[in-house]
Design a protein around this ligand. Structure first.
Ligand code: ATP
Length: 908
């Protein structure tokens, strides 16, 4: 039924056979999951395996090879034709396997990006993956949530929803569960419904799910416009251009060799085959693929370290990050808050005890205002205690940690959220947001129920109220709405002197690193069911302050130091008070003199002034999410590559603007996650640093891959191009060229792509993202080592007796194959010797090297392969000589690394 907006709430609930208070039972959910399937949109055009195979076969180089096979067939050389075809198949298989793995890795990452949602099932609120929702589920939503399925609203509190994905309307729409339409309405007008793909921007709401997956309105649209864009990363694009340029160069070289060969009197078919094989060998065809594979597999590795990468270019950018702007709460700290200090306006609550399990122990002699404060903190609160609360060890509460701390503190004093909800039903609210920095709720007081509560006596302070409002939030925000203060069981005006006293006490708490919340109340003797925020949030009575301790994450300090060693600036951005922020920054040892700026000071600076100061600021305190944009802009104008963390709905623009937007996986809103490039599954700052490290290692590997394939290709070209000038016959036959290409570019090079990061990767400054990939001597090395390889082979070819052409070619073929294995092993590190790295530290590469070595011996000693590759058995002494000569480029590179190491130590 698509007309749920026209039915009353009870009818909808009944129609979907569910219950708003208990939700569905686990058994019923299972039955419905079987019937309706997972709640997901079926992607129309994910790359199917056959498509990958097709792309492999139709790649231009493969087409060239097929042409070579055709030429062999025409000249009647069936063995060659079959051998070339076998190489085509093997090449395509290798390519397919890699790409399929990369595709699968990306698909798995995408599945993980599915948000989790709060549902009520079996009478309890729990978090489940949005994929598991079924019609009839009771889903609770709040600001920042992406609506996971279509549903009829049955409860709303100041709910606003951004529906532009469906209706094109960018203004958020007000929602109201109580409205029922008599006739049909357009989607955008159905204010009692929520639709999948829209976003809650304000308030709270609860729906009963009416449709999931492809049955949702979004699913219907998706069905008609299913497309997937695969965008190339900047590096992929650059390398694709490079590939084209190399292709052109290879064509020229191949043409030259063809002409030279013909002039020397070689046969046309042999020269055609040689030219084509050389062209194939000269182009590093794995180039774009290796980038995709390195990035995708890198993303998979990052996931194991809890960083979920949402798009591939991010992996690349991570490696060049120069500044990390991090939220404090939850990222640098654990976000496990506990109430450890309370100050009532009249008196500090001295000796507030925390029991063994960090429990609050209230003495009977505590002032009644303390009870009222705890009660108020738990009322103005969206966190709920899970039923495991019976056992204090497993005290779990679902919700924002600032709020769970208050709920837990109240529970420790005997006030349970379920009882409070019955005694003080909430009738209206003005939700918390990081700009206002406060939250206010309005409650009816049910005297009969409230009278049963443990701290009921404290309510007597307020007389006999029928309605109670509670506000909690940052000091300044609450002082602005308070006119009185609760002192010694009576209210007195909140004059300047009181304000000063409160401020001093607040600062004292904040200086200990506590997050400080102020709490205030207002009561009415008459019942009140609604109030506009402007009339509700005034004339409050100040109750006191609550200090929440949030310990620094154990790994945070070390991660901050690692980042700084790697030349990365760490900037802390927090909505908390400057004193709280200062304390944490000192603990992290990042704060320098004059390095703290408040949001207020920040807004007083012009963009140019901020740009001037930004480099000397390590901490931004009391900033709003909007300020983050200014901070990013200023840093970017100074040429920094910025990673910025965020969790709230208002953080989305900053996350998009940053070079790397990092969202919190645990406390982050769906909106923040969707705007981000990376989602931290553990909300941990150390994970960002680990991801930067991986990003650097992946970039290094791509460079090593380039160094390896291009060096070999250059060497091979020199050999084949110059041999005729030195009066030699063709040193390699076409099949031998293709074989070397298969083992080197196809197998060894890809194994270099999985090299773990080098030890010193976080001890060097960040790379300039504009820097050419061949920078830092890479281009020079490719030319030099390539030349050396070519020369070694040429000299060897000159010296080796050439009476028997087949044996002569076999010796050169073997030397080349061995040198490529040796080069693969040493190119693994730019600085460290292979003997320090150890062969076992890249086992896939070691495996491939051993396999290749064995296969190469096979091509020269197994009779069948001998016929195929036109080789002859080399005597053992010749094999030993070939081996020894093949190690020359290896030793040359080891020597170069040794000199580089010496230079850097003498420089230090
Ligand atoms: P950080 O950057 O350190 O992660 P933040 O930017 O997320 O912090 P906010 O959550 O915006 O900081 O909190 C800013 C201030 O608002 C806090 O210092 C606190 O006084 C107040 N505050 C935080 N959470 C709540 C809440 N749930 N209800 C009322 N006030 C709150």
């Amino acid at each position: 039924m698509s007309s749920w907006h026209r039915v009353e709430i009870p009818t909808a609930i009944e129609g979907l056979q569910t219950d708003t208070q208990c939700g569905l039972s686990a058994a019923e959910v299972e039955r419905r999951q079987e019937r309706y399937g997972p709640n997901e949109l079926i992607e129309g055009k994910r790359k199917q395996p056959w498509r990958i195979v097709w792309e492999q076969i139709t790649a231009s180089l493969v087409l060239l090879l097929l042409a070579a096979a055709a030429i062999s067939a025409v000249v009647g050389d069936l063995t060659d034709t079959l051998a070339i075809l076998a190489i085509v198949v093997l090449n395509a298989y290798l390519g397919f396997r890699q790409e399929y793995r990369a595709e699968r890795a990306m698909a798995a990452l995408k599945r993980l990006a599915i948000p989790s949602v709060k549902v009520r099932r079996d009478g309890q609120v729990r978090e489940v993956s949005a994929r598991d929702l079924v019609p009839g589920d009771i889903v609770l939503l709040e600001a920042g949530n992406r609506v996971p399925a279509d549903g009829r609203l049955w409860e709303t509190a100041a709910l606003k929803v951004q529906e532009s994905a469906l209706t094109g309307e960018s203004e958020a729409a007000d929602k109201d569960a109580q409205v029922v339409f008599a006739e049909d309405r357009a989607l955008g007008d159905r204010c009692n419904m929520l639709y999948r793909g829209t976003t809650v921007t304000y308030g709270r709401g609860a729906i009963v799910v009416t449709a999931t997956g492809m049955e949702t309105e979004l699913g219907r649209i998706a069905r008609s416009i299913q497309t997937v864009k695969t965008e190339l990363t900047p590096l992929q694009r650059r390398l694709e251009d490079l590939g084209k340029a190399l292709g052109l160069a290879a064509a020229v070289v191949a043409g030259t060799i063809l002409v030279l060969g013909l002039l020397r009197g070689e046969s046309l078919d042999l020269m055609l085959l040689t030219a084509i094989s050389l062209a194939v060998a000269a182009v590093p065809e794995g180039l774009p693929a290796v980038v995709t594979i390195s990035l995708a597999l890198g993303a998979q590795r990052m996931l194991q370290r809890n960083a979920l990468v949402r798009n591939l270019p991010a992996v690349e950018t991570l490696g060049s990050v120069t500044a990390i702007c991090s939220d404090k709460t939850g990222t640098l700290t654990e976000n496990r808050m506990t109430v450890t200090a309370i100050e009532l306006a009249g008196q500090p609550v001295d000796g507030l005890q925390c029991g063994d399990r960090q429990q609050l122990v209230l003495a009977a002699s505590e002032p009644p205002a303390l009870g009222l404060l705890l009660l108020s903190g738990a009322l103005c609160n969206d966190a709920v205690l899970s039923s495991e609360w019976e056992c204090p060890d497993a005290c779990q509460a679902i919700g924002d940690p600032t709020e769970t701390a208050l709920v837990v503190a109240a529970a420790q004093a005997g006030l349970q959220t379920v009882d409070l909800a019955r005694a003080f039903p909430r009738v209206a609210e003005v939700p918390f947001d990081s700009d206002r920095k406060r939250m206010t709720t309005l409650h009816q007081v049910s005297i009969a129920e409230a009278g049963e509560l443990p701290l009921w006596d404290s309510m007597h302070l307020l007389g006999k109220p029928a309605t109670l409002a509670v506000s909690k939030g940052a000091l300044d925000s609450l002082l602005a709405i308070c006119t009185r203060v609760w002192v010694d069981c009576r209210e007195v005006p909140l004059d300047g002197e009181w304000q000063q006293r409160i401020q001093t006490r607040h600062d004292r708490m904040a200086a200990k690193g506590l997050r400080v919340l102020a709490i205030a109340v207002r009561s009415w003797e008459a019942p009140l069911t609604e109030a506009a925020p402007s009339s509700l949030e005034r004339d409050f009575t100040w109750l006191g302050l609550v200090g929440l301790r949030d310990p620094l994450r154990p790994a945070a300090k070390e991660a901050v130091q690692t980042a700084r060693q790697a030349g990365i600036r760490v900037v802390v951005i927090t909505g908390d008070h400057p004193e709280t922020a200062r304390h944490i920054a000192r603990e992290l040892e990042i704060l320098e003199d004059g390095g703290l700026l408040t949001g207020m000071e920040l807004s007083g600076l012009s963009p140019a002034e901020l740009e001037d100061r930004i480099e000397s600021v390590q901490v931004f305190a009391r900033v709003s999410p909007e300020d983050k944009l200014d901070i990013i802009r200023a840093l970017q104008r100074r040429g920094q590559i910025v990673a910025m963390t965020g969790d709230g709905i208002n953080d989305a623009p900053a996350l998009k603007k940053a070079d790397i937007g990092v969202a919190m996986g645990i406390v982050g809103t769906d909106v923040a996650k969707e705007a981000a490039d990376v989602v931290l599954q553990d909300d941990n700052f150390a994970t960002i640093v680990a991801a930067v490290r991986d990003g650097r290692a992946i970039y290094d590997n791509i460079r090593k891959f380039l160094k390896y394939t291009l060096t070999g290709n250059v060497g091979q070209i020199w050999l084949i191009l110059l041999a005729p000038f030195l009066g030699m016959p063709l040193p390699l036959n076409p099949l031998q060229i293709l074989w070397i290409n298969l083992i080197a570019d196809g197998m060894l090079a890809l194994a270099i792509g999985v090299e773990p990061g080098e030890e010193g990767v976080m001890r060097r400054p960040p790379r300039n993202p504009k820097q050419n990939i061949f920078a830092g001597g890479l281009g020079r090395d490719i030319v030099a080592i390539g030349l050396l390889l070519g020369l070694v082979l040429l000299v060897f070819a000159c010296q080796y007796p050439s009476v028997d052409l087949v044996r002569w070619q076999t010796a050169i073929f073997t030397t080349l194959a061995f040198s490529r294995i040796g080069l693969a092993l040493t190119i693994r590190s730019d600085t460290d010797s292979l003997f320090k790295l150890g062969l076992m530290s890249n086992q896939p590469l070691l495996g491939v090297a051993v396999l290749t070595f064995g296969l190469q011996l096979g091509t020269i000693y197994l009779p069948l392969l001998q016929t195929l590759f036109e080789t002859a058995s080399l005597p053992l002494a010749d094999l030993a000589i070939a081996f020894a000569v093949s190690t020359i480029p290896f030793w040359a590179l080891e020597l170069q690394k040794w000199m580089a190491r010496r230079r850097s130590t003498s420089f230090c």
